[in-house]
Design a protein around this ligand. Structure first.
Ligand code: FAD
Length: 485
C-alpha cells in the first residue's frame, strides 16, 4: 500500500495545468503535479501563436469568452510578477475587398457585444498603424487590447510559482491508471514509480485528456490533435510588422496571421488540420508553401522567404466539446480542464480560478494559506535590459573576467552564462538543451545553436553534474553521446 498521500493531484504541465497548480499553491492543500514529459511546456503550450487574446472574436456569453475576458484585464501585473515578456500591441484584421469589409463589420459588432473596444480604420489611418505592412489592404478592424506573450515563459513562470509555494512537481512521470474507492471516487493515482493516495484529481492532460478519463473510468469523450504549421521570420524584419495582422475571417477559415513575437521575430501561420497521430509535429513543404502564399498580402513587399529562420508545428487539443471544465458526472472527485483547444494561453489564469472554485464548491474546501506566499526571484536578462547602467550592473558568474562584463554565451540572443546557470538551478530547473532554450532563448536565434550549444552544454553539465556526453537535447534517448556522427 502506498505511504505517500496528497490532497490534490494535477495531471499535465502545459499552461492549463501550470496555472491550476499555481492557483492551488495559494491554498492550504498538499498538491502533487504529474507531467509525462521531461519538462513543463512540452505540449501545445510550447508551439502556438503566442497571442494573449481579449476575446473580441468570440461569441459573448460562452465560458471560453468569459474566461478570456477575465484573464485579459490582468496580464500586465501577472506577467510582471512572473517575469514573462508581454506587450499589448493591438491587432489589425484586414480587408482587401468588399467581402472582407462585410466580415469586419460583423467582427466589430461581435467585439461591441463582448464589451471590447474595436474600431474600423480606413485608408490613411490603416497605413499609419500598419506602416509598410499589408500594402494592398483597404480597411482594417483595430483591436487595441490584443496582446502578445511568451507562452513558454508563462508556463514556466507559473510552474516556478507553484513549486516555490509547495507544489510537488514530478516530471517524466506519466499517469498510467487509478485505483478507486467503492464509492467510485479515485483513491490513488498510479504512475510507473508507484501509487499515490489523493483526495481529488485535476485532468489537464491536453490532447490526452480522453485517455485520463478512460483510465479513471469516468465518462468517455474524444480528443484529437489539430495541427498548426508555422514559419518564423528573422528579427531583422520584425519592426516591419508592428501589430498582430490577419486576413479577415471567412466561413471556411479564421484567416492567416503575421504575429510579432515578444522577442521581435515574426510568426507566420498557423494552419488547422485535424490529424490522428498525437506525436507528429512534422511540417511539410506543400503546406508551408501555401502558408507563405497566403501571408504575402500581410507582409511588406521587401520581406521575402530568405528571412524564414525556422518552421515548426503545434498540436491543438481538439475535442468533441471545447472548454470541458467541470467535475466529472461519473467520478465525483475528478475535475476536467480539457478540450481547451485554441485559446488556452489567453484563458489560463481565469481557467485556474474557475477550477479552484469548482474544487472548493463541489469536491473539498480550500482555504488560503496562512504562511506568506513566495515570489519568483528576479533574474536579470541581458537581452531585456534597457539602459547601459543596467548592463553594467548585470550579474556575472563567479569566474567571469574581473571587469565584471557579462559573459555572453549565446551571441544571437544575448544570453549570458549567469542566466543559463540560474535556470539550471532554479525552482523548475532546465535538465536538457531544450529546457535551457525555453527558459533563456539561448540556441533559439539565427544560428539555432550552431555556435553556442557547446557552451550551453558545458554550463548544463556543471549545474547538473552530468558528463557532457550525457547531456540531452530533450527527452531521454536524445543524449549527445548516442547521437550519430
Ligand atoms: C497552432 C496553435 C496556435 C495556437 N495559438 C494560440 C494563441 O495564439 N493564443 C492562445 O491563447 N492559445 C493558442 N493556442 C492554444 C493553446 O496553445 C492551447 O489551448 C493550450 O496550450 C492548451 O494547454 P494545455 O495545458 O491544455 O495542453 P498542453 O500544453 O498540451 O499540456 C498538456 C500536458 O499534459 C501532459 N500529459 C498528457 N498525458 C499525461 C499523462 N498521462 N500523465 C502526465 N502528463 C500527461 C502532456 O505531456 C502535456 O505536457 C494555439 C495552439 C496551437 C497548436
Amino acid at each position: 500500500m502506498s505511504t505517500q498521500s496528497f490532497d490534490i493531484a494535477v495531471i499535465g504541465a502545459g499552461v492549463i495545468g501550470a496555472a491550476i497548480a499555481a492557483e492551488l499553491s495559494r491554498h492550504d492543500r498538499r498538491v502533487v503535479w504529474f507531467e509525462a514529459a521531461h519538462d513543463v511546456a512540452e505540449g501545445a503550450s510550447k508551439a502556438n501563436s503566442a497571442i494573449a487574446g481579449c476575446g473580441y472574436d468570440l461569441a459573448p456569453g460562452s465560458l471560453e469568452s468569459d474566461l478570456i475576458l477575465e484573464s485579459s484585464e490582468h496580464w500586465e501585473s501577472l506577467c510582471r510578477s512572473l517575469d514573462v515578456p508581454f506587450r499589448r500591441i493591438g491587432a489589425l484584421s484586414l480587408a482587401f475587398d468588399e467581402g472582407d469589409s462585410e466580415s469586419l463589420k460583423n467582427l466589430a459588432n461581435q467585439a461591441g457585444a463582448a464589451g471590447v473596444d474595436a474600431e474600423i480604420l480606413s485608408g490613411d489611418r490603416l497605413r499609419r498603424a500598419a506602416g509598410t505592412a499589408a500594402p494592398t489592404a483597404v480597411e482594417a478592424l483595430h483591436v487595441p487590447a490584443e496582446a502578445i506573450i511568451d507562452p513558454i515563459r508563462l508556463t514556466i513562470g507559473l510552474a516556478k510559482l507553484a513549486v516555490l509555494n509547495g507544489v510537488e512537481l514530478r516530471r517524466s512521470t506519466p499517469v498510467t491508471g487509478f485505483w478507486h474507492h467503492p464509492s467510485g471516487n479515485i483513491s490513488h493515482v498510479v504512475t510507473p514509480g508507484g501509487a499515490v493516495a489523493v483526495g481529488a484529481v485535476v485532468n489537464a492532460a491536453g490532447v490526452n485528456a480522453d485517455r485520463i478519463t478512460d483510465a479513471a473510468d469516468a465518462e468517455p469523450f474524444t480528443m484529437w490533435p489539430r495541427k498548426g504549421q508555422f514559419m518564423l521570420l528573422d528579427r531583422a524584419v520584425g519592426h516591419l510588422v508592428p501589430k498582430i495582422m490577419s486576413t479577415a475571417p471567412t466561413p471556411e477559415t479564421r484567416g492567416i496571421y503575421a504575429i510579432p513575437t515578444t522577442n521581435r521575430t515574426v510568426l507566420i501561420g498557423p494552419t488547422a488540420d485535424d490529424r490522428d497521430d498525437r506525436a507528429d509535429k512534422s511540417t511539410d513543404a506543400d503546406t508551408l508553401d501555401s502558408v507563405w502564399a497566403r501571408a504575402q498580402r500581410l507582409l511588406p513587399d521587401r520581406v521575402d522567404r530568405r528571412y524564414v529562420t525556422k518552421t515548426f508545428a503545434g498540436l491543438r487539443p481538439a475535442s468533441d466539446r471545447t472548454y470541458r471544465i467541470e467535475v466529472s458526472p461519473k467520478v465525483p472527485n475528478l475535475v476536467h480542464a480539457a478540450g481547451i483547444r485554441s485559446t488556452g494561453v489567453s484563458a489560463a489564469p481565469a481557467v485556474a480560478r474557475y477550477v479552484t472554485n469548482l474544487i472548493t464548491t463541489e469536491v473539498m474546501t480550500l482555504a488560503p494559506k496562512s504562511a506568506a506566499l513566495r515570489d519568483i526571484p528576479p533574474l536579470p536578462r541581458l537581452a531585456e535590459v534597457t539602459t547601459d547602467r543596467a548592463a553594467e550592473e548585470f550579474a556575472c558568474d563567479p569566474g567571469s573576467p574581473p571587469d565584471k562584463h557579462p559573459m555572453v554565451v549565446c551571441a544571437c540572443e544575448h544570453v549570458t552564462a549567469a542566466e543559463i546557470a540560474a535556470e539550471c538551478r532554479g525552482p523548475v530547473p532546465a535538465t536538457s538543451l531544450d529546457g535551457v532554450r525555453k527558459r533563456t532563448r539561448a540556441m533559439a536565434g539565427r544560428c539555432q545553436g550552431a555556435y553556442c550549444s557547446v557552451g550551453v552544454s558545458f554550463i548544463l553539465s556543471s549545474a547538473t553534474g552530468q558528463l557532457p556526453g550525457g547531456i540531452r537535447q530533450g527527452e531521454p534517448g536524445s543524449e549527445w553521446e548516442g547521437a550519430e556522427q
